[in-house]
Design a protein around this ligand. Structure first.
Ligand SMILES: *Cc1c(COP(=O)(O)O)cnc(C)c1O
Length: 399
């Protein structure tokens, strides 16, 4: 049986080239980078190189900082809680703006701040699954400390107007954080061009190892550390850095953000995604959530009426295919996906979404196999669905 991994927005395979670069740092070059002897110092050249790859990958300026963290969740918490301490507890700003469709790392951190008396505005998305930059502008007040809007959505792949939002925040003197975890390696990310102050990412979403991430901090933007301890990362993130993973993340960034790699995503991966998507859309009562415009090249979130998302995943898994009903972090409970809920009141829509996310390792042969399996699964599941048999309805208009 062919195995087809179509859940790359949850995590990706480590690129074998990345793994090769990591290997020496387990048994050969294992010194603590903070030690003064030759063993520690031996780690430095490759760490410096990795850091340079990170700077190049997001076009950070030399004077800016990139802090190595454990993952995007830590980066996000560091920014949101750091701004809270700096601007809200120690200042007179009490307001944060974000969206309804952020990853739980952002939403849960914001909910925590709400429990501490901070006002949070959650911007709703439009029918295209994104927001207008103007919505941000309209909500900025004198007390606004931070705007946090994701670069691309993990469920729909929808790309947010980051450049416009960055300009609005810069003009208003409000700090701007973006969760770019789903953007890096899929579309160009340029922190200077987009006036970004803070940016979070996780290596395992772009073919790097799990358990390592980064936080970009523009020069002159304050950062209050989340972890206190040793003087690592200039005191901004204490704890001995995972050298092997840091080197791996650097190489993963270099490979994923090269002009060639991004062109391959845009021209080739998007074609494979479109082939899969249009084959599914040939079936009646299917719809792409948020529409097909302005998405990352690798993602599609499709609602198949009469087919419970979880049942579909089960059928696909039996045939060797891994997909998702949406965020892996939220799928353990069978509650409707919050991102789908954000699209409106159609609760069936919210339960029938299946997300397919490709990577540069996905082949056309795999997509052809997936199409065949998906079509058979839909036929089988609709055949046993009580609601679909009696009421094959068209989807709500406008979606
Ligand atoms: C995966 C993901 C995260 C969290 O990444 P971790 O490595 O689990 O911390 C945050 N935001 C988005 C958009 C993601 O897709």
């Amino acid at each position: 049986m062919m195995e087809v991994y179509l859940d790359n927005n949850a995590t990706t395979m480590v690129d074998p080239k990345v793994f090769e670069e990591m290997k020496p740092f387990f048994c050969d070059i294992y010194g603590n980078p903070n030690s003064l002897h030759r063993f520690g110092a031996g780690t430095h050249p490759k760490m410096v190189e990795a850091l340079n790859f990170l700077y190049e990958g997001i076009n950070a300026a030399d004077e800016d900082d990139i802090i190595i963290t454990a993952n995007a969740t830590e980066s996000i918490n560091t920014v949101i809680k750091g701004v809270w301490i700096d601007k809200i507890l120690n200042g007179d700003k009490k307001h944060i703006i974000t969206t309804e469709v952020e990853h739980p790392a952002v939403t849960a951190a914001c909910r925590f701040l709400q429990s501490q008396g901070v006002a949070v505005t959650y911007l709703g998305v439009n029918a295209e699954g994104t927001i207008d930059a103007q919505q941000v502008k309209d909500c900025i007040k004198d007390e606004t400390a931070l705007v946090s809007v994701m670069w691309a959505n993990n469920e729909t792949g929808k790309i947010f107007p980051i450049k416009e939002i960055g300009q609005i925040c810069r003009d208003a003197g409000v700090l701007f954080h973006t969760d770019a975890t789903q953007a890096i390696g899929k579309i160009p990310v340029d922190v200077q061009d987009c006036n970004v102050d803070y940016l979070s990412f996780s290596a395992h979403k772009f073919h790097g190892p799990k358990g390592i991430g980064g936080l970009y901090v523009r020069k002159s933007c304050a950062l209050t550390p989340l972890l206190h301890g040793g003087e690592q990362m200039g005191g901004l993130r204490a704890g001995t850095v995972d050298v092997a993973s840091m080197v791996g993340m650097g190489w993963a960034m270099k490979l994923a953000t090269s002009t060639m790699a991004l062109a391959y995503e845009k021209n080739h991966i998007s074609k494979l995604r479109d082939k899969l998507e249009s084959a599914i859309l040939e079936l009646p009562d299917t719809i792409v959530i948020g529409g097909t415009e302005n998405r990352t090249p690798n993602t599609t979130l499709i609602s198949i009426r009469g087919v419970e998302g979880e049942s579909m995943l089960w059928d696909l898994n039996q045939k060797g295919i891994g997909a998702s009903t949406g965020s892996a972090c939220a799928s353990e409970d069978l509650e409707a996906n919050p991102v789908m809920n954000a699209f409106g009141s159609d609760s069936e829509l919210a339960h029938t979404g299946v997300r397919f996310s490709l990577s540069r390792f996905t082949t056309e042969e795999q997509i052809d196999y997936a199409i065949e399996v998906i079509k058979n699964a839909v036929t089988r599941l609709r055949g046993i669905s009580s609601s679909y048999a009696y009421a094959p309805a068209s989807h709500a208009s406008g979606l």
